[in-house]
Design a protein around this ligand. Sequence first.
Ligand SMILES: [Zn+2]
Length: 177
Amino acid sequence: MSRSSSGRPAHGPLLVPVAELRRRVGNVDEVEGAVALDGAEVLGTRLADGAEATVALRLEALSDAVVITGEAEAPWEGECRRCLEPVSGMTIGDIDEVARTMPLDGELAIEDDRIDLTEAVRAAVVLALPMAPLCSDDCMGPDPEAYPVTVEDKADDDEAPPPDPRWAALSELHPDE
Ligand SMILES: [Zn+2]
């Protein structure tokens, strides 16, 4: 498909050859590689445009398919949800795919004895992007006095709830009952 056969493109798709792997059922291959991804954004967090994802994959040959499992890791950047300062980190997504020459819904294709894993890697790292990153776990935001961060702590409060004021009102209405 590619017209150039000399050298590997710096930002090409992640094509994993499987001809050798598929010679025998049960064959296992381990592949490490890198692929540049286009930018993608989830709320306040994004993959940098051209960010390079690194992958560590395990491929196993079945009689009519190849099972691909592993991890993909890519850098992200965004803003702290409390103080809005820039933050960055690494997202690590799980890869769990099946590839066939005649793929079913949701499966990858084996074409020319190769599997293109670019989209599977992108989906895995985008799914693992943090939706509300923090610059640090104890970030108090720009104005902790005005916006105290206590909502989540209150949910764990196991003290007895205060008496319902309606009962108090009733007992005042009928002091002798
Ligand atoms: Zn912050």
